[in-house]
Design a protein around this ligand. Structure first.
Ligand SMILES: *Cc1c(COP(=O)(O)O)cnc(C)c1O
Length: 364
């Protein structure tokens, strides 16, 4: 038998979530964001399963884009960080990639690099996130410079929201106003919303939305939100109990003895650790054993973690464990661990991924 830690990726759920994103987009189109290996879910199989219906995909960099093209993905494909070096523009043009342009340096390099095949540029405005993007006061000038290049076939107008996941929409409204004001009268399709914007802010939906996290079935909100009931988790992180033992009261558990039993305690050890991407979550974080919630106890180690099985009547070595997935939302584990679901997904490592296309059929 091999180590039981594994992640099952439910592609039917991915499709369901993409359709939900599309329905929220109204008449708008939706780029499925599959950067960072589809948030740890595997970019190629995820993109393949959406390729017939997705309006397009978005990745972070050219390496990720070329990997998808090499795998036969011919959908529209946007590089969210654009290019870092002029030399990338050759591949951008020959592979028909769309690029984000977010700083004056990139504009200068584009001006200096005539391309045989014209490309589409998504000109990004910094409407208030203050990470990348052209500042509002320079946006029109940037647009005009791109407009003059014969090798730019189309300019889309884009910005990114920093606080769309917050209950208070004040800052989002401010960003939308800045974007509106500084693109007034400019032709071209517009793109604003990530998952949170798409769900929470109707006026951010625009011509193209860019949902990422929601496609994988996790809510982008820190607070409870109705959308959770409509999303289907794509990743199920499984393992099994590999050891059970009973220890007396006063026994320290695991490295540094960060938990000490206060009664006779039945401890279960699970093949899952931080080397698999499980977070250093605190005592009490829920884990499902045989479908029943039990608390994590002691510090998570590299390859194993320990739970308190005292409340479980029948449990034996080999019993199934779910770390997150259906019935245990990744968002909940993230809350306990003091992080965000994005990071939990992206940290997935070492565990083999297998793909399930429908409820019955599993393809490895
Ligand atoms: C990652 C990313 C997205 C997707 O964000 P989610 O919160 O995962 O929906 C959208 N737009 C840009 C520019 C991004 O970098």
């Amino acid at each position: 038998m091999s180590r039981p830690a594994r992640a099952v990726i439910h592609l039917d759920a991915l499709k369901h979530n993409y359709r939900l994103a599309k329905s929220l987009s109204g008449k708008g189109k939706a780029l499925a964001v599959v950067k960072a290996d589809a948030y740890g879910h595997g970019a190629i199989p995820c993109a393949r399963s959406l390729s017939e219906e997705a309006d397009g995909f978005a990745v972070a960099c050219i390496e990720e884009a070329l990997e998808l093209r090499a795998a036969g993905i011919s959908n529209r494909l946007l590089i969210l960080e654009g290019f870092f070096d002029q030399s990338e523009l050759i591949d951008v043009a020959s592979e028909s990639l769309d690029i984000v342009v977010h700083n004056p340096e990139q504009i200068k390099q584009l001006e200096q690099t005539p391309l045989e095949k014209p490309i589409r540029v998504w000109l990004k405005m910094d409407s208030g996130m203050h990470r990348v993007g052209i500042l509002p006061g320079h946006y029109r000038e940037a647009w005009t410079r791109l407009e003059q290049l014969p090798w730019v076939s189309e300019i889309l107008l884009m910005t990114h929201l920093s606080c769309a996941d917050q209950t208070d929409t004040g800052y989002t409204r401010q960003q939308l106003e800045v974007f509106e004001q500084h693109t007034l009268g400019l032709p071209g399709e517009r793109s604003i919303a990530n998952s949170a914007g798409l769900i929470h802010c109707a006026s951010a939906r625009a011509d193209w939305s860019r949902p990422g996290l929601m496609l994988y079935g996790a809510s982008p909100f820190d607070h409870c939100h109705d959308i959770e009931a409509r999303l289907r988790p794509v990743m199920a992180l499984h393992s099994a109990i590999i050891n059970i033992k009973e220890v007396p009261a006063g026994s320290p558990v695991g490295y540094a003895g960060t938990a000490v039993t206060n009664k006779t305690t039945r401890l279960g050890v699970i093949a899952m650790g931080y080397a698999d991407g499980y977070p250093l979550a605190p005592n009490g974080t829920p884990v499902l054993v045989n479908g029943q919630s039990v608390p994590l106890t002691g510090r998570v180690s590299m390859d194993m973690l320990t739970v308190d099985l005292s409340e479980m009547a029948d449990v034996k070595v080999g019993d199934p464990v779910l770390l997150w997935g259906k019935d245990l939302p990744v968002v909940e584990v993230a809350r306990y661990a003091g992080t965000i679901p994005y990071q939990l997904f992206c940290n997935i490592n070492r565990v083999p991924l297998s793909y399930q296309h429908s409820a019955s059929k599993e393809v490895v």
